[in-house]
Ligand binder design. Structure first.
Ligand SMILES: [Zn+2]
Length: 117
């Protein structure tokens, strides 16, 4: 009884080992073929998905803030929350950035002019 099952198991194991490489190779070929066949399709689908979500996002932000204004700090604000936006970290950091860059710039040109003089 047991020997029959064992033999069956052994032969199955041998069969599997013998065909494993072929099997794997076949699978590789299949998946590559499958990939090649569906590459274009997938690309289109993901593009479609991208555009759909993009449109969705766009319409959503439009819906949420119909009078959204693009700020110079690359943030967005509406007429209602402009004063709020000017206090935000992002806008403050932007103000600091342009302030330091103007200071650096003016001091640079100032020192160079004194060197020439
Ligand atoms: Zn801003």
């Amino acid at each position: 009884m047991a020997t029959y099952n064992e033999n069956k198991y052994e032969s199955m194991k041998k069969y599997r080992e013998k065909h494993r490489d072929e099997y794997l190779e076949g699978r590789r070929k299949y998946s590559k073929l499958h990939y090649e066949n569906h590459k274009e399709e997938k690309r289109k689908k993901s593009l479609e998905y991208y555009h759909n979500t993009k449109n969705l996002k766009g319409s959503e932000s439009l819906r949420l803030s119909p009078s959204s204004i693009l700020c110079e700090c690359e943030g967005h604000y509406t007429m209602k929350n402009k004063s709020q936006h000017l206090k935000t970290k992002k806008h403050q950091q932007y103000l600091e950035k342009i302030q330091t860059s103007t200071i650096l710039h003016s001091s640079e040109s100032g020192s160079s002019s004194t060197m020439i003089a």
